[in-house]
Design a protein around this ligand. Sequence first.
Ligand SMILES: NC(=O)c1ccc[n+]([C@@H]2O[C@H](COP(=O)([O-])OP(=O)(O)OC[C@H]3O[C@@H](n4cnc5c(N)ncnc54)[C@H](OP(=O)(O)O)[C@@H]3O)[C@@H](O)[C@H]2O)c1
Length: 336
Amino acid sequence: MNKLPSYKLGPDLTVCRILNGMWQVAGGHGYIDHEKAIEDMLRYHDSGFTTWDLADIYGPAEDLIGEFRRRLLELRGKEELDRIQALTKWVPQPGKITRSAVIENIQRSLNRMNVNSIDLLQFHWWDYNNPYYMDALKYLADLRDNGMIKNIGLTNFDTERVQIMMDSDLPIVSNQIQYSIIDRRPEVKMIPFCQKHNICLFAYGSLCGGLMSDRYFKREKPTAAQLDTLSLRKYHQIIEKWGGWNLFQELLSNLKTIAQKYKVSIANIATRFILDSPAVAGVIIGTRLGIVDHRAGNAQVFNFRLERSDLDAIDAVCKKSNNLFEIIGDCGDEYR
Ligand SMILES: NC(=O)c1ccc[n+]([C@@H]2O[C@H](COP(=O)([O-])OP(=O)(O)OC[C@H]3O[C@@H](n4cnc5c(N)ncnc54)[C@H](OP(=O)(O)O)[C@@H]3O)[C@@H](O)[C@H]2O)c1
């Protein structure tokens, strides 16, 4: 099996620096054939992409992990099975949270994923006005102590709330947030905070759903019909807020020049830029399993490093954009 660069979050969790994102199996990204998806998961694994990002709410994602684990054990044995990391999320509806409800939900994920313990449970909460998220985290910390969960992470929490959790001594190891060359909000508060408190970040949206790639370079602004996946629509809106399609083309042009220098792709430059940022453990790249395969292309990320002049060329365009921190707010505020 191929080995790719990894990041150690703690004694029992080391991840591949490019994670396979499974939101794309949840619907709105084309028809996912489960058998083809499992076959693709085996190929990703063999290529060294051993870390999966999923959620209880990503349609069949947890079940696919369960089936993939059974298949891997059968075909390649226990040693290969032990190389997988499956990071799921718990996304409850805001409301009173009881210990038994937490146990019930985590047990359901364990069963679906066919694991005894969850490598990283990333917690999401929709409404800060509803204070029960702190109760949920305390119960999750208990489940970490009894072994149902190995590590607790967050997703889409802002710096103010993570500070509250640190003040309560909650054992948080990571936060998963939107972070790309165009969405630099994490650099304002979250990254300095994470550096100080030894928390890692997982970035998503770093390829803007595929818009930040060679495929869209020198292309007219896509029509609504051409934005045919949920992620393309989501990140097209971010581009509009950031500065619009013409400025985005100017950025793609600079990224293309840099990509040509290293004989890689625009997507590689977009990923490398985020991977090199402080506190970032990994970039999650969405995978449309059984439909499109970008394994070989994405592995190129590990074959070059960006120079200061490349970063300056990128920032020269970004300086012309709107300030998304002022427009949207801190990390995760787009969900609230
Ligand atoms: N916590 C949260 O709230 C949250 C929110 C969003 C996403 N996520 C996580 O992050 C993952 C990433 O999803 P995302 O929506 O942010 O998408 P993304 O990673 O920005 O974009 C994924 C798309 O980029 C294209 N792509 C991938 N590699 C490429 C390459 N080398 N060259 C050209 N194009 C390439 C593919 O498009 P094609 O398939 O069309 O080729 C792929 O579907 C999700 O699956 C999920 O795990 C989490």
